[in-house]
Structures are given as structure tokens and as C-alpha cells.
Write a protein that binds this ligand. Structure first.
Ligand code: MF3
Ligand code: CO
Length: 258
């Protein structure tokens, strides 16, 4: 069952999203060669606390950190470890914030210094897929229309959707109905006002098979090919689509495509 949001829910979600957008902006300032990934996690933890909010991920089903920081072949749910960023890496910062009981969720894949052309393409196509997926959100359209667009963009660029992971409804819980798959699924719900969903394409240059590491969380590609992941929390209200977690703060400090 989809939990449609009331005007009061929406006010809280807006504030939650604003905080999350700023957390990402803070992290963006620190993306550089030699930065320790653990430090990024500490920064996020502090920033969220100072905003009077909570991490949505910390302690979620026992998850032990504030961020998921996935480097290169790491896909999602990567526990931050003692690792210094290297020239040529790409890394996804995935973060969730809970403010006054309302969650928002967002991810961005950064480049560190100069990256290969393959990785540049992977980042720009995945970014574009998120943008175009959001454009498919319209009252009266189907949830499945989002994935249809996203999948086609990956296919056209010869990239692979990692199908195991999908977007989701979000609100008082980090994961709610509906699933927002990154490929077309028939017979999905019709988009209507009050819907809040996280849209999150995850693409790879490889075959798309992924497996879980021994830590019980970190997912990596079987063929060790790189992955990219962009995610925003989206609201549909009064016939309009609003990005609750805009990348504007990130993009004040960080230029993805130089
Ligand atoms: N953003 C992640 C998702 O939508 C949530 C990660 S929860 C964690 O799947 F506990 F794994 F961090
Ligand atoms: Co998510």
C-alpha cells in the first residue's frame, strides 16, 4: 500500500530534504585525492546532528554508519572504511536524513581528479537517467514509466542496469511502497498527488551481476566493473513535481563534468 502524504507530512519532508541536500554539500567540499572515506562519514554524522536531525541509515537493520560510500566496483550499502581516495576513483555518497520522523534519501557519484573516459560516460549517462526518469513523473502516468525511461537510457549507451536495486516510496519509513524499478514493469500504480518516492538509477560498465561481501552489507560487481548511482527524493503535490533533495549545494562546490 502506498502512503500518500498530507500537507503536514510534506512540510516535514521538505525540511528533511533541505537538511540532506546541505549534508551532501558539506561532503562535496571534501572530495579530493588523499581524503579518508572515514572522515567523510564523521563529517556527515556531525553535520546531521548539528541540524537537529538523525541519520536514517545508522542502526537501520544494524547498519553501522551514517553514509554508504561506494568506490569504483562497490555498488551500494558500502560501510565506510579506512581508505584514502585516489586519482581516478569514482565514489558514491549515499545518505539518508530523518527530521522530525520524516526520511529523505539521496545519492551522488563523484569523480576524484581525472577519471577514465569510460567512467566519465558512466557518470554522465547515469546522471542523465535520473533527470529523465524524474521527467517521466507526472500525475496520471504510471510508476513503471520511470523505469522504462531509465532502462532505455542505459541500453542506448551500452551500459547495464543493476537490477537488484530499485527506488522506493519514502516518508515515515526509509523504504515504503511502491518499488521504483530501473526497468519497465507492467501494471504499476498511477502517479498521484501526495506521492513521495526516491528515484535511483544504478548503472555499470560491466554485466550487472553483483554480490555481497562478508561484512553482510557491501555489494560489489562480480566482474569488478565500476558503478554509478544518483538518487533524489521526489514529491508530487498539486500537480507539480518537486525535488526535495536538490544537488544545488553539491554543485556549488563540485563540478562533475569538467
Ligand atoms: N539508500 C539506500 C537504499 O535506498 C538505503 C541504505 S540503508 C543502509 O537502499 F542501511 F544500508 F545504509
Ligand atoms: Co534509496
Amino acid at each position: 500500500m502506498i502512503i500518500y502524504k498530507s500537507a503536514k507530512d510534506i512540510e516535514h519532508l521538505r525540511k528533511s530534504g533541505e537538511i540532506l541536500a546541505k549534508v551532501h554539500g558539506e561532503i562535496a567540499k571534501h572530495i579530493k585525492v588523499g581524503e579518508n572515506v572515514l572522515n567523510l562519514d564523521k563529517l556527515a554524522e556531525k553535520f546531521i546532528k548539528n541540524c537537529g536531525a538523525k541519520s536514517s541509515f545508522l542502526n537501520y537493520k544494524g547498519y553501522p554508519a551514517t553514509l554508504c560510500v561506494s568506490v569504483n566496483q562497490e555498488v551500494v550499502h558500502t560501510i565506510p572504511k579506512n581508505y584514502l581516495l585516489q586519482e581516478g576513483d569514482i565514489l558514491t555518497i549515499d545518505c539518508g536524513v530523518c527530521w522530525s520522523g520524516y526520511h529523505t534519501d539521496s545519492a551522488y557519484t563523484y569523480s576524484v581528479g581525472k577519471i577514465s573516459e569510460d567512467k566519465q560516460k558512466l557518470l554522465s549517462v547515469t546522471y542523465e537517467a535520473l533527470r529523465k526518469g524524474i521527467e517521466a513523473i507526472e500525475v496520471g502516468n504510471k510508476i513503471g514509466d520511470i523505469g522504462k525511461v531509465i532502462y532505455q537510457i542505459a541500453k542506448n549507451a551500452n551500459l547495464t542496469v543493476i537490477k537488484e536495486f530499485s527506488g522506493h516510496g519514502i516518508g515515515k519509513f526509509i523504504h515504503e511502497n511502491p518499488d521504483v524499478f530501473n526497468y519497465h514493469t507492467p501494471k504499476t500504480d498511477t502517479i498521484r498527488n501526495g506521492l513521495v518516492i526516491a528515484v535511483e538509477p544504478i548503472f555499470t560498465t560491466g554485466n550487472g551481476k553483483a554480490w555481497k561481501e562478508d561484512d553482510g552489507w557491501t555489494v560489489i560487481t562480480e566482474d569488478r566493473q565500476a558503478t554509478a548511482h544518483f538518487e533524489q527524493t521526489i514529491l508530487v503535490e498539486k500537480g507539480k513535481v518537486e525535488v526535495l533533495t536538490p544537488f544545488t549545494y553539491i554543485e556549488q562546490y563540485f563540478v562533475l563534468f569538467q
